[in-house]
Design a protein around this ligand. Sequence first.
Ligand code: X2X
Length: 336
Amino acid sequence: MNLFCKAAVALTAVIAFGAAPASAAPYKAEYTVSTVLPAPFPWGIAADKWAALVKERTQGRINLKVYSNAQLVSGDQTKEFSAMRQGIIDMAIGSTINWSPQIKELNLFSLPFLLPDHAAMDRLTQGPVGEKLFEVLRKKGVEPLGWAENGFRQVSNSKHPIRTPEDMAGLKIRVVGSPLYNDIFSALGANPTQMSWADAKPALTTKAVDGQENPITVFKIAKIQAVGQAFMTRWNYVNDPLIFAVNKRVWASFTPADQKILREAAIEAGKAGIVASREGDDAAAKEIQAEGVTITTLTPEERAAFVAKTRGVYADWAKKIGPDLVKMAEKSISQK
Ligand code: X2X
């Protein structure tokens, strides 16, 4: 076939099958999506729903494959953001805690006792703070799409009820990989130790640590009550939202129409995950109580003692996160 014939064949193909998409890059057969917790955790519910919606709305042209337990980064959840930015993984639905070692601004949600309730959380993620954080993420090489939620985090331990900061003295507590958590638990007199999720349950089982902190839905679904964690304090000291994001080059390879589908599906799936987390909390509390876990709820005065002990950490980290961003967040929260 001479060159002219080849061109004619190609032209006929374009006429027959419609113009090629504006983007030249061919789509991959599968896109990797990293998460930590699989379904039935609210995190996994959001991830699976995203994959299902995208598949349905692209008639199977875009396939998202969810890899949980941070397996794409060998279980080291604090490496997830870097791996996505570098393109080792295509997409992720990540906790702000796990990405905060690379994105200091995401420590905002871990400022102790910043968030009074879910409405405050929504005012942050759905308002100017959320926009600002998405700008930061964009500058760091990923395209953020939407929010889900791991949930308000509660502390548990195997020794005794925690009602005052003094009750935390010397308790060895597993925390996730942001140094802010070391500072919070040290300020409360506990002995924090950083560990990935993969190592957390074994450490609780062998009593290498006395306690941990996670949302109640996570505690219940992971059956943390079965490894001797008999005491939980519902203190709502932080909440970690989850962010849907895509590597920048991968994002650019999608047509605008497909980008829209991915974004809308992420927002919708995120909402389902948020409902699962929030509605799941009380039900999970009842279930673990029925299984023998003592749940301590703090009075406002008791809670104030924990707030007072962690004010210094709040002030230090507000400087690191960015005083303007923290002020913007405090303002959004107070505007009821
Ligand atoms: O490791 C944890 O505690 C978890 C599952 O909640 C996160 O990934 C932040």
